[in-house]
Design a protein around this ligand. Sequence first.
Ligand SMILES: Nc1nc2c(c(=O)[nH]1)N[C@H]1C(S)=C(S)[C@@H](COP(=O)(O)OP(=O)(O)OC[C@H]3O[C@@H](n4cnc5c(N)ncnc54)[C@H](O)[C@@H]3O)O[C@H]1N2
Ligand code: MOO
Length: 401
Amino acid sequence: MRTPPLPLAEAQGRLLALAPQLTIEHRAVSECLGHYLAESVTSRRTQPAAPLSAMDGYALRSDSLPGPWQVIGESAAGHPYAGTIERNQSARISTGAIIPQGANMVLLQEDTTREGDTLRLTGTPPSPTDRHIRPAGMDFVGDSILLEAGTKIGPAQIALAIAGGHSHLPVRRPLRLTVIDSGDELVLPGQALNAHQLPASNGPMICAMAAALPLAITHTGPIADNLTDLAAALEAAHDADLIVTSGGASVGDHDLVRPALEAVGASIDFWRVGIKPGKPILVAKRGSQIILGLPGNPASAYVTAYLFMLPLLRASLGAAQPLPRTIPARLAEPLAKGGSRMEFLRAQWDGTTVTLDPLQDSGALSPLSRANALVVREAGADAKPAGMDVPVYLLENGGIA
Ligand SMILES: Nc1nc2c(c(=O)[nH]1)N[C@H]1C(S)=C(S)[C@@H](COP(=O)(O)OP(=O)(O)OC[C@H]3O[C@@H](n4cnc5c(N)ncnc54)[C@H](O)[C@@H]3O)O[C@H]1N2
Ligand code: MOO
């Protein structure tokens, strides 16, 4: 007997619970871009390690205002002043240099004049007096959490980890992903073809969607629509952590993904989710390996890769926040009422309003290439007037802010 399609949230939860536990390795920080921290990282130093000047000027004592002062030395970045500043003394100081002993104020050089070693105040002294001083530990202190486990490592996190004294970071090993195109009608890109054929575009699209993540990707196919070839392709990918197929997931006589999975000893975890496009998505397991059978229609493959494959990859790689998040966007035009499945409508978002593409056929690629957003319409939702907010997934960066 056929089980009804799962609700999206339940299906995503079931899939994420299967995410493989990849081993942790320590990678050079500068090679961690796009990885997720496998463990929280603690600062090995305090920054700034000592009070620093935030401006170029003169360091002196606030109780010596209004001067004049004798300039007795200099504190430059990398070359601190070794002595102590007494009343009516000052040290030339540059941005990023340590505030000398005794000083508690920095006068901007624009607020002073200097003749020889004599410094005079011409402008207004800083208020509060420590305004141009960055206190020790302003950024972070030693032995505190610098970056939480699950944080995505981008340029700022790379800089913070290095500033915190780290040369390597704990991350998951790259996930091995095999993407398989299958279908008798498919040919390689650019190959001569007849009316009954079409270029296999899903595989390259799926690989491109995953490309920013730390993966070892293998792309195979197109594989012919027969059990032997499909089972052989699945077998050849036995050491992949995740296999993603597209097509052959539905109910037709040539939809062989399920029988091929059974032939290689995989067990189906679930099949069919109440979403449009993408209903016939299939999830199977073989040992610790996961197989995601995405539907063949290009928009269905894209939407299911976005809602299932990318979150699974992110979860496996240790992301704290693997699921994409919607933002509210204002409808440029009215939205008709929802149908029996939750829908993900290809749309253009201009930063404020969102406009649905007039072509929503799941077999069409051109609306997908025009879209930068998916409008979410719940099953059975009431019609909505123009100007109303709807939840929208932004497609850039997999919907992860
Ligand atoms: N009687 C029913 N028919 C269908 C149902 C249903 O419930 N009952 N579901 C429909 C839905 S919804 C979808 S989605 C499709 C998905 O079917 P499959 O996953 O079996 O996909 P195929 O039939 O193999 O292919 C569909 C379509 O996509 C093209 N395709 C396939 N692979 C690729 C590729 N790698 N690159 C580019 N294009 C590809 C293929 O040529 C077909 O045009 O089933 C409905 N049918
Ligand atoms: O759900 Mo299918 O994905 O409509 O085309």
